[in-house]
Design a protein around this ligand. Structure first.
Ligand SMILES: [Zn+2]
Ligand SMILES: [Zn+2]
Ligand SMILES: [Zn+2]
Length: 147
């Protein structure tokens, strides 16, 4: 007896086999339609492997310096200061941390335009100027007058 008629025959989207029991593909796979038992197992395995790899990759990322990508031991990890705007989860090796610290201090203590050392009086550039750090009075005035 052949099963034509009202019932729609479904095929496995992966191997094309007629489905007696249909299985939904795993949530985050890009497969549409339904799968047979075998393909469902395969897809699920694939999915699990993918997730494991992703997890491993993230884990490795966390163990690398965010700047020079050097592998880091737990004890070598330095958390960047939030002011450095490096994003959460970044870690730095000793060397990059030190470089970053110096760079940041420079940015903090020197005019971003003329590189003159800033005195106690310093001026924050307007956001629309898109300049990082701070400015001396002269540069701020110049910049403010330039249209
Ligand atoms: Zn199949
Ligand atoms: Zn580094
Ligand atoms: Zn200046």
């Amino acid at each position: 007896m052949r099963l034509f008629g009202r019932k729609k025959i479904l095929h496995c989207t992966s191997c094309g086999k007629i489905l007696k029991h249909k299985y939904k593909p795993p949530d985050d796979s890009d497969t549409d339609g339904f799968l047979c038992a075998d393909c469902h197992i395969d897809k699920t395995k694939e999915q699990v492997l993918k997730k494991q790899e992703e997890k491993k990759r993230l884990q490795e990322e966390k163990n690398k310096c965010s700047i020079c990508a050097k592998e880091l031991e737990e004890k070598d990890k330095n958390k960047p200061k939030w002011q450095w705007e490096m994003g959460t989860g970044s870690v730095l090796c000793e060397e990059c941390y030190e470089n970053k610290r110096i760079e940041f201090e420079k940015k903090l203590n020197f005019c971003s335009i003329c590189q003159k050392k800033l005195s106690f009086f310093r001026y924050n550039p307007k956001p629309k100027w898109k300049i990082g750090g701070q400015l001396c009075r002269t540069c701020w005035d110049n910049r403010n007058q330039a249209k």
